[in-house]
Design a protein around this ligand. Structure first.
Ligand SMILES: CC(C)(COP(=O)(O)OP(=O)(O)OC[C@H]1O[C@@H](n2cnc3c(N)ncnc32)[C@H](O)[C@@H]1OP(=O)(O)O)[C@@H](O)C(=O)NCCC(=O)NCCS
Length: 188
């Protein structure tokens, strides 16, 4: 018989201004610049006044401990398109299905709160873990290109998109606490 200790609990809670100092330390803990260039939504200007209108933005809470962040923001000139960003704050959390569960929850909430009909992201082609996670959530590669960073580094990336017309992603049933349980060891 499975008991509660066989599961991780995962909850999304709205980001608060008091979380902002933690973002830098979450990012630093995984050397985030290797994977991504931002720790907050592009539209974030220091105010959360537009939270749940222009963007949804959460702390990912695993077994009661703040463990990363996920957001979806509306594209300014394509308001039915959401843009996703995510990071987990400890490498020990990677590859346990937490990312995909957090994304599924965030997508469901964003669809209802923001009215988006698709979600998009850009991912470096070297980030095979993230690409696999996104594929598990239903994202598909829709374009590939290369960008040049200010230091001259050339970074190939994919654009990936999730079309929500097909329905709510698997395991995404709404719950008021935004809480789901994941097997602690396997069975993602
Ligand atoms: C990307 C991220 C959110 C994914 O969350 P996660 O909980 O680790 O992902 P999941 O466990 O849901 O899925 C990871 C999948 O990648 C696979 N994977 C891991 N390393 C891999 C590699 N080198 N090559 C191919 N697949 C790989 C895992 O095996 C797993 O797939 P599986 O379940 O089919 O075995 C998380 O790893 C993270 O925060 N990474 C650092 C920041 C980052 O990259 N953010 C995204 C920027 S676009």
């Amino acid at each position: 018989m499975k008991t509660r200790s066989d599961f991780l609990t995962l909850e999304l809670r709205d980001i608060r201004l008091s979380d902002l100092p933690s973002l830098e330390s979450w990012g630093a803990a995984i050397d985030y610049a290797r994977y991504m260039s931002r720790l907050s939504p592009f539209c974030f200007d220091g105010s959360l006044a537009d939270q749940n209108r222009s963007f949804v933005w959460f702390a990912i809470v695993v077994d009661g401990r703040d463990s990363g962040t996920v957001w979806i923001e509306r594209k300014p000139f394509q308001k039915d398109v959401g843009v996703l960003g995510i990071l987990l704050a400890r490498k020990s959390l990677f590859d346990r299905g937490i990312g995909r569960a957090a994304i599924r929850r965030a997508v469901t909430i964003a669809r209802n709160a923001l009215g988006v009909s698709s979600v998009r992201l850009h991912v470096r082609q070297t980030n095979l873990r993230a690409i696999s996670c996104y594929r598990h959530c239903g994202f598909r590669i829709t374009a590939s290109a290369e960008t040049t960073f200010p230091d001259g580094a050339r970074i190939p990336f994919h654009r990936m998109e999730l079309d929500l017309a097909a329905g709510v992603p698997r395991h995404a049933s709404p719950s008021p606490a935004h809480e789901v349980e994941l097997p602690r060891v396997s069975g993602k």
